[in-house]
Each structure stands twice: as C-alpha cells, then as structure tokens.
Design a binder for this molecule. Structure first.
Ligand code: OAD
Length: 238
C-alpha cells in the first residue's frame, strides 16, 4: 500500500467473509449457504412469489441465528478506524447481519438491506424486526399482512447506490474485505475507484475471483489481517 499521508478518503467494502469467524456461513464457500438452498429458491422476487413460506422460513432462520452471534476482531477494528479516522470514510457492507453496527461502526451503509428490518410492501415502510415473519404478522403501521425481509434479492436494486458511487468516486483508498467479487454491482466498485486513481487493496482469506482487480491483495483470516491493516493505517504507515 502507498504512503498513508496521501490518503484522506477511504471506502471499505465488506462481504460475508468478515462475519465468517463470528459463525455466520458465507455464501459460496464449501458448505456455504447457497449449497443448502439454491439461490433461485430463496433469494429472488420470483421465488418469493412462488413459495413465500420457503423464503420466509429461510430468512426467519437466518434472522434468529444472527441474534446469537457476536462481532469479531475484524468488525471491532473497522469500528475503531471509523471513530479515529479524521478524513472521509464509508463502510459499504453487502452483509445483512448487524455485526458492524454492534461493534460500533457509524459510517455504514447496508447495500443489500438488513435482516433485522422488515419491509411492508403495502405501505412501503421499513421497521426494525427481530421476530419471525412466517405467520404473516400485520404491519405495525398499516395493518396489512404484507411484510417481507428487507433484504435485496437478485434482480433488485441495491440500496444507496448514489451515495456509494459518490464515495467511491471520491476515495483515495478502496479496500475490499471478505468478499468473493462475484456479485455486481458491488464487485464493480473497485474498477470505478481504480480508474479514478485510488489505491486498491483486497483483504481476503484466499485469492478471490476479484483479486486481479486490486493493486495489492493480502490473504489470511479477517480477524488477523484486518486489525493489522487498521493499526497500520492509524499509525500512518503503509
Ligand atoms: P461469498 O460467500 O461469495 O464470499 C465470501 C468471501 O469471504 C470469499 O472470498 C472467502 O474466501 C472469504 N472468506 C471466508 N472466510 C473468511 C475469513 N475468515 N476471513 C476473510 N475472508 C474470508 O460472500 P459475498 O462476497 O459477501 O447477496 O457475497 C456477495 C453477495 O452474494 C451477498 O451479499 C449476497 C450473496 O448473494 C445478497 O443476498 C443480495
């Protein structure tokens, strides 16, 4: 990585790998989520229309599971960086768990939505939600039984793209943590940053599909390599 004195604005993209050591399955690794449930059976609007019980049960299970998990040292390190970094910073997470915010991160955007929110498709309100949805509870605002998980499914537009693009276009350093680089538009952000002159760094357990898109890649478990990188940034090294 270059000299940190040149770095003012940082964008950090995170994926399932940052939560892996908290005990939350990643999507594409062996034994990962999509192997037990085909993507098209659970994570598309068409699947929800065809078999809402299957989709709601799947997300109920996930919503319950994440409430038993804790942030790990990688989430903690990013929260520390967020509070200490004087320049611009945005953590863009593809994760729908709440471990970044439980670790204390503030400058955070959930581009794929949040497990702990429900979205009423009747009145378009989004409400915090920790219970199950399978019994079709009424929307607390309009009373309609039209709540769905507030997660972005394949074929739907991720949240916050304007804000994300603005931050990426302005960043001097783009860091990707624990993501396979398989899902767009998230996977394309590094290209935008790099084309505009930002330094780019990948932190991942192993070389990912996206590794060649980065100036530098460091490999290892997130709980080890993320805190080490954050210490480096905060000490002005690089
Ligand atoms: P993936 O499961 O595709 O990739 C997880 C990445 O994390 C892989 O590159 C692993 O090598 C890496 N990894 C695993 N354990 C790690 C560890 N302990 N430390 C560091 N890295 C580790 O998950 P995502 O890239 O997040 O979208 O998947 C992107 C999107 O695909 C998800 O947000 C989800 C899914 O479809 C939606 O649900 C809309």
């Amino acid at each position: 990585m270059g000299d940190m004195r040149e770095i003012r604005n940082i964008v950090i993209l995170t994926g399932a790998g940052i939560s892996a050591e908290s005990g939350i399955d990643t999507f594409r690794s062996e034994g990962g989520l999509w192997e037990q449930h085909r993507v098209e059976d659970v994570a598309t609007p068409e699947a929800f229309a065809r078999d809402p019980d299957l989709v709601l049960r799947f997300y109920d299970m996930r919503r319950e599971a994440i409430q038993t998990k804790q942030p790990n040292k990688a989430h903690d390190a990013l929260a520390r960086l967020d509070s200490a970094w004087q320049g611009g910073l945005l953590i863009v997470t593809q994760n729908v768990d709440d471990l970044h915010e439980r670790a204390g991160a503030k400058r955070l955007l959930h581009m794929h939505g949040e497990h702990l929110n429900a979205w009423c498709t009747a009145c378009d309100i989004r409400v915090p939600w920790i219970a199950s949805l399978i019994e079709r509870p009424p929307c607390p605002v309009c009373g309609m039984q039209a709540l769905r998980p507030d997660v972005v499914w394949f074929g739907e537009m991720p949240y916050g793209m304007d804000e994300i693009h603005a931050a990426v276009r302005n960043c001097d350093l783009f860091v990707s943590i624990g993501t396979s680089g398989a899902v767009y538009p998230a996977a394309g952000l590094v290209r935008i940053a790099r084309d505009l002159g930002a330094q780019t760094l990948e932190l991942n357990l192993e070389p990912s599909k996206g590794s060649p898109r980065f100036h530098e890649a460091r490999h290892g478990p997130a709980t080890v390599i993320v805190p080490a990188w954050v210490e480096e940034v905060l000490s002005g090294g690089g």
